[in-house]
Ligand binder design. Structure first.
Ligand code: CDV
Length: 311
């Protein structure tokens, strides 16, 4: 048996501060059209794919801050992407900053959506692990103000029946936390889609800079293997407004192996034919959760806050 989904990891190079949504959407459509020539069913874009990574700046003016957010999806600027994707019969995963009225107040999230081949939004995820800091820290060469500009996601880690399989999403820093994959793994996830913006330099821990690429692949390859699922990780890469970002967008099989990878730091699509049935070998043997996990023991250890004493 095989359930082939041809997937394009559509990496973006830098987006300038003054680049308009329309200009960025034209780049997204160019990548989509390349994906169509390679037979893609699904194209995956990065985190906050419509603008520059604005949390690198301390922004005091609320109107200026709001200008980086989308109030509706599709919006006037993104509708051409939805229409072109529908006409090509390709689904997509897109990250953007979301501003909505919810529960009577204005709320801001770092969000990603899954759009099916008919142009319908069939899934939404809001980033849970917000890295960085809340206050201005002028000692840094650039800020990382996700904790100030976004609320923690309030949708959990849902999975969606789509593209002939079970699909989940995560956003950037989420990919470093094993429980993200496992919570979706426990729901049978077969394909996890992840967009990211990762600066090479980590101001609080510059000793880790040399390992930025290694850690990127380490966490996603582990997540894939340990949950028997495909993982697609897509960067906004290159030097954006003076800050270097890693690339390395890739498609990872349930074996944990990278089967396609971008080799530049610019706009580039890496394509792979992903057989969702390859997940079952892992899910029914070494990572058969029902047969081999020991949740009662994990719970007991956590509750005792230490090791189990010998019998
Ligand atoms: N956008 C991110 O979430 N970036 C973080 C950086 C700041 C460490 C990441 O985990 O890649």
């Amino acid at each position: 048996m095989s359930r082939i989904v041809t997937i394009g990891a559509a990496q973006l190079g830098p987006i300038a501060r003054n680049e308009s949504r329309q200009e960025v959407v034209a780049r997204l459509i160019a990548l989509l059209e390349q994906g169509a020539r390679h037979g893609c069913d699904l194209v995956v874009y990065p985190e906050l794919a419509l603008t520059t990574f604005f949390p690198r700046w301390w922004i005091e003016d609320d109107d200026e801050l709001k200008s980086w957010f989308e109030r509706e999806m599709p919006s006037a600027a993104t509708r051409p992407l939805f229409e072109r994707a529908k006409s090509l019969g390709i689904g997509f995963n897109l990250g953007f900053a979301e501003l909505i009225q919810e529960d009577g107040s204005e709320r801001r999230f770092n969000t990603s959506i899954l759009v099916d081949k008919q142009g319908k939004i069939v899934g939404k995820y809001r980033k849970v692990h917000l890295p960085g800091h809340h206050d201005n820290e002028p000692w840094r060469p650039f800020q990382h103000l996700e904790k100030r500009y976004f609320e923690r996601g309030n949708l959990g880690f849902p999975v969606f029946k789509a593209f002939d399989g079970v699909v989940g999403m995560a956003i950037c820093n989420d990919r470093r936390w094993p429980e993200v994959y496992r919570v979706m793994g426990l729901q049978g996830v077969e394909l996890v889609l992840i967009g990211y913006n990762t600066p090479v330099h980590n101001p609080p821990a510059p000793d880790q800079d040399a390992h930025a690429d290694f850690h990127n692949h380490l966490v996603m390859q582990s997540g894939a293997y340990q949950n028997g699922c495909w993982v697609v990780g897509v960067a906004k890469a290159g030097k954006e407004e003076g800050v270097d970002h890693i690339g390395q967008s890739c498609i990872i099989a349930p074996s944990g192996q990278i089967v396609a990878q971008c080799s530049t730091l610019g706009d580039e699509i890496a394509v792979a034919r992903c057989d969702l049935d390859l997940t079952s070998s892992y899910k029914t043997t070494i990572f058969n959760f029902a047969m081999h996990r020991e949740p009662d023991t994990y719970k007991m250890i956590v509750e005792r806050k230490g090791a189990i004493p010998p019998a």
